[in-house]
Design a protein around this ligand. Sequence first.
Ligand code: 13P
Length: 256
Amino acid sequence: MAARKPLVMGNWKLNGSKAFTKELIAGLKAELSGVEGCDVAIAPPVMYLAEAETAIKGSQIALGSQNVDVNVQGAFTGDISTAMLKDFGAKYIIIGHSERRTYHKESDEFIAKKFAALKEAGLVPVLCIGESEAENEAGKTEEVCTRQIDAVINALGVEAFNGAVIAYEPIWAIGTGKSATPAQAQAVHAFIRGHIAAKSQAVADQVIIQYGGSVNDANAAELFTQPDIDGALVGGASLKAPAFAVIVKAAAKAKA
Ligand code: 13P
């Protein structure tokens, strides 16, 4: 099986300013200088992509976004296209985050359309999936993950996951300080990879499956010891350069 290079990505959510963007990236560049063996990306609010594009120059930090629209141009007030994200050098685009599924009522089918738009544009979809606390308690974790992944497979075929990223983010772990245990996360990641492998072993072997949900500098290393956890999608801890750098270094070390 081909070795997968881990990816640690920061999802800044609705946080930051021009000054904060410059300061945080300067801090990350200093902390991450010389670190190899882990891909690193940040998704600031799109408002700050211009500052971020300039600030990351000369570093290994890649740029991302927290959302994208399915349309490329035209009368779609308030939306941001794949072409616009590419214009700023963004590469990793988060779609299907539970906060957008919940607050903006985004459906599995709509998210699959975003996935298609990203593939069409040559961008990397970071597809967030994961169950709520109630679904978890009802034993529906695998059912929910299957439904969210199958929306993409049914629309585009399993090959669409070539070069793509899945972020397993149990909703009960997001922003709660209550991360899934390494064993809990590994079990779901192995299930997700197995589900894809049932359609294509080759696609399953290369797809990056990140864990997300209260990952921090104290719990990251243990999560990364798990064979199917290929990195992390980090919220709160990505807003502090030292904590985010510890997580990146932990991934690089665990997967070396
Ligand atoms: P936290 O790391 O703040 O729990 O957020 C996780 C997340 O939602 C990343 O997309």
